[in-house]
Design a protein around this ligand. Structure first.
Ligand SMILES: [Zn+2]
Length: 344
């Protein structure tokens, strides 16, 4: 089969599409013919050698994917050859205390597709049957590949960790990314009033089309927390969805109302931030760290993808051979939504 693999850690030059053996499904596993693979920033971190848990190259990148069941390993039930499926990329042990209590994202044996072993920038992948979810008919392969992790993360942050209630106000910071554009839609679907920040008028229009009630252009208003305060009668929002990191985390804290909550995950502008502790302590802000999501949450939001309440936001679709260009697009400030590889 063809796979886009890195031959070493480094820049885009380490990528190449090569022929590798098609995996065989072990007992309990399913062989999937991948039709589309979505990109994540983790892919770039791994390529650059900044993800300590990744195996040494050569390695096939790609956390997310969707496709068609091509073959079944011994003992597999519940799926048939030809079924359309989307991949849950988190392989968990099902035995540790976290798995037993439903917090499987904290599993002690967690292995992630495309992070700990070969991923989805390929024609085929073999995975345990429980990691494959029958696909809603409404969504295309590219939408499916782009749809799972972003909504799982946004749902886990806003609903599970943030306890978002109908009628609350939410600020989504940097709403052009895959997760943040999903968060705008999830917050609206859960009945919130949504303010979003973004960096251009073109992106602002797209964020409004996703349902945001107000959009703040952070290039025109770098102190976006001031603009958020004005939009909320001087108070700030109930809940902040913060995925940008060093560049915004202080302003995100200042945009929350007295007693508000700040949900933090992701740090692509830098993981070491300076924070005025008084802005947390004196205003009794709760800062809530978040990391991926749990299996049970997929079943909570999947009906909203199936009925069209949530629609994955695609920036661009590239061929497997164009994985380098696709990763460059992912890192571009122009991007809006998910970057996807179509695997024909
Ligand atoms: Zn576990």
């Amino acid at each position: 089969m063809r796979a886009a693999r890195i031959s070493a850690f480094g820049g885009p030059e380490v990528f190449g599409v090569t022929e590798v053996p098609t995996p065989e499904p072990a007992p309990g596993e399913v062989l999937v013919r991948i039709r589309a693979a979505a990109l994540n920033r983790a892919d770039i971190n791994i390529r650059e050698g900044r993800f300590p848990e990744a195996p040494p190259p050569p390695m096939t990148l790609g956390v997310e994917g969707a496709g068609v069941v091509a073959a079944l390993g011994d003992g597999v039930t519940g799926l048939s050859v030809g079924d359309r499926v989307v991949i849950n990329p988190m392989l968990v042990c099902d035995a540790c205390e976290f798995c037993r209590s439903g917090r499987d994202s904290e599993c002690r044996g967690l292995q992630v597709v495309g992070e700990h072993f070969d991923g989805t920038y390929a024609e085929y992948i073999a995975l345990p049957v429980r990691n494959l979810i029958p696909a809603p008919d409404r969504l295309s392969d590219t939408q499916l590949a782009a749809g799972l992790v972003a909504y799982l993360t946004a749902w886990h942050m806003l609903k599970t960790r943030g306890g978002l209630r109908r009628g609350e106000s939410v600020l989504v910071v940097g709403a052009g990314s895959g997760v943040a554009s999903a968060a705008v839609q999830v917050a609206k679907a859960l009945g919130a009033t949504v303010i979003a920040t973004t960096g251009s008028e073109r992106k602002a229009e797209r964020v409004r089309a996703l349902g945001a009630d107000e959009v703040v252009d952070y290039r025109a208003e770098p102190d976006f927390h001031e603009a958020v305060r004005k939009l909320t009668g001087g108070d700030g929002v109930d809940l902040v969805h913060e995925t940008v990191g060093e560049a915004t985390v202080q302003k995100s804290v200042l945009a929350a109302r007295h007693g508000g909550r700040v949900l933090g995950m992701g740090s692509h502008t830098g993981r070491y931030a300076e924070l005025d502790l008084w802005s947390l302590y004196r205003r009794e802000i709760t800062f809530i760290g978040c990391h991926t999501g749990n299996r049970a949450e997929i079943a909570e939001f999947l009906p909203l993808l199936a009925d069209g309440s949530l629609t994955p936001v695609l920036d661009s679709v590239h061929s497997l051979e164009d994985a380098v260009a696709a990763q460059a697009r992912l890192a571009s400030s122009d991007r809006f939504g998910k970057v996807v590889l179509s695997v024909d």
